[in-house]
Design a protein around this ligand. Structure first.
Ligand code: PLP
Length: 403
């Protein structure tokens, strides 16, 4: 019967483990270890640890296990391992499956820390990495070869919202026996169909939409039982990137409301993108849910939504700063997927360290603003953005007059 449940039901009920008290809300097992009835029982558990048995919280914990089972049920993956942050998930997924001499192909448009793992860490350990323009299937085709062990991409890139053809890349990767690793944050677990489209390993920073309320860092790696238990788990449990039980509880409670939050956020993002498209102060409005987005049809086919984030270009760094400083509801920060709407200036913050020519290549222009839509009233948010655009225009006129 559980197999028939829709995502919203799974997000509330899947994976629950009740204690002897039959509590309604999931219990937090804030324990690092577990007691064995006998020495023989301890020995047996170290020989083989059953699905409802635990040894040490770095390996697994009942609260964390509930979160892992629930995420696996939501994503349609066989198994999952929860990690201390999204980056622990990205690095764990890649480091556990690769060794010196392997080859990896990756999309170029990546979150800065993901780029660091691929460019710095993997290369330091003798893994060869080829970067491609992720939206161009011909480049993936030309880059893979028989020794390619994995391909990596953000299914929707940050902050320019380029959409990767997951099925297309998976076909190319699988033809040479490479595993497909998808960083799926922008797609969100609500709209994701990554496993069905051919991703072998799906990674989330649960700091984003899963918590969705700015409280805790977390991550998760999802995949087959074979990959999660035989490849990933030994690496994670010995290198210490496990999610804490308290964080797992926060994430479980986040999952209960995630569908409602994310759908409200995506509907606001679409309304805002439509309101902003063609605005005289903006040179471009990027949102996969708009017909003008180059991969609009692909985004709709893959996820059925444009997501919760939009980006737009207000022309210059001065205008971008004036816009941000005039916002009244939307806060200036660098998280995304939060219940609170958040505006970011990628060029001076999240992507500050990138060399200028790389910023240009990735479309991170001086006037680019990334806007993560929260769950506030849509009309209030549109009014806030329009008011801040007016203020940016007024400050520009003042500056022009002074010059
Ligand atoms: C935020 C983010 C990460 C890193 O997650 P943390 O939880 O901050 O470690 C990785 N990939 C993408 C696409 C992200 O947005």
């Amino acid at each position: 019967m559980m197999d028939q449940w829709k995502k919203r039901t799974r997000a509330v009920h899947s994976g629950i483990r009740r204690s002897q008290y039959n509590e309604v809300s999931e219990a937090i097992f804030l324990t690092q270890g577990f007691v064995y009835d006998t020495a023989e029982a301890a020995e047996a558990r170290f020989v083989e640890c059953g699905p409802d048995e635990f040894i040490y919280a770095r390996y697994g914990n009942p609260t964390t296990s509930m979160f892992e089972s629930r995420m696996a049920a939501l994503e349609g993956a066989e198994d999952a391992f929860a990690t201390a942050s999204g980056m622990a998930a990205v690095s764990g997924a890649l480091m556990s499956m690769l060794r010196a001499g392997d080859h990896v192909v990756s999309s170029r448009a990546l979150f800065g820390s993901c780029l660091y793992i691929l460019e710095e860490v993997l290369r330091r350990y003798g893994v060869e990495v080829t970067f491609v323009d992720g939206a161009d299937l011909d480049q993936w085709r030309a880059a893979v070869r028989p020794g390619t062990k994995a391909v990596f991409f953000e299914s929707v890139s940050n902050p320019t919202l380029e959409v990767i053809d997951v099925r297309g890349v998976a076909e190319i990767a699988h033809a040479v026996g490479a595993l497909v690793v998808a960083d799926n944050v922008f797609a969100t677990p609500v709209f994701s169909r990554a496993v069905e489209l051919g991703a072998d390993v799906v990674v989330y920073s649960t700091t984003k939409h899963v918590d969705g309320q700015g409280r805790a860092l977390g991550g998760i790696v999802l995949g087959t039982k074979q990959f999660v238990r035989k490849t990933l788990e030994p690496y994670m449990k010995h290198t210490g990137g496990a999610m804490s039980p308290f964080t797992s509880w926060i994430m479980l409670k986040g999952l209960e409301t995630m569908d409602l939050r994310v759908r409200a956020q995506a509907s606001t993002a679409l309304a805002l993108a439509q309101a902003l498209e063609g605005h005289p102060q903006l040179s471009r409005v990027i949102y996969p849910g708009l017909g003008s987005h180059p991969q609009h049809a692909l985004a709709m086919e893959q996820t059925g939504s444009g997501g919760t984030v939009l980006s737009f270009d207000i022309g210059s760094r001065e205008a971008a700063f004036a816009f941000l400083n005039a916002l009244e509801i939307i806060v200036i920060s660098n998280n995304l997927g939060d219940a609170k709407s958040i505006a970011t200036h990628p060029a001076s913050t999240t992507h500050q360290r990138l060399p200028a020519e790389q910023k240009v290549a990735l479309g991170i222009t001086p006037g680019l603003i990334r806007l993560s839509c929260g769950i506030e009233d849509t009309d209030d948010l549109i009014a806030d953005v329009m008011g801040a655009l007016d203020a940016a225009q007024a400050s520009r006129s003042t500056r022009d007059a002074a010059e």
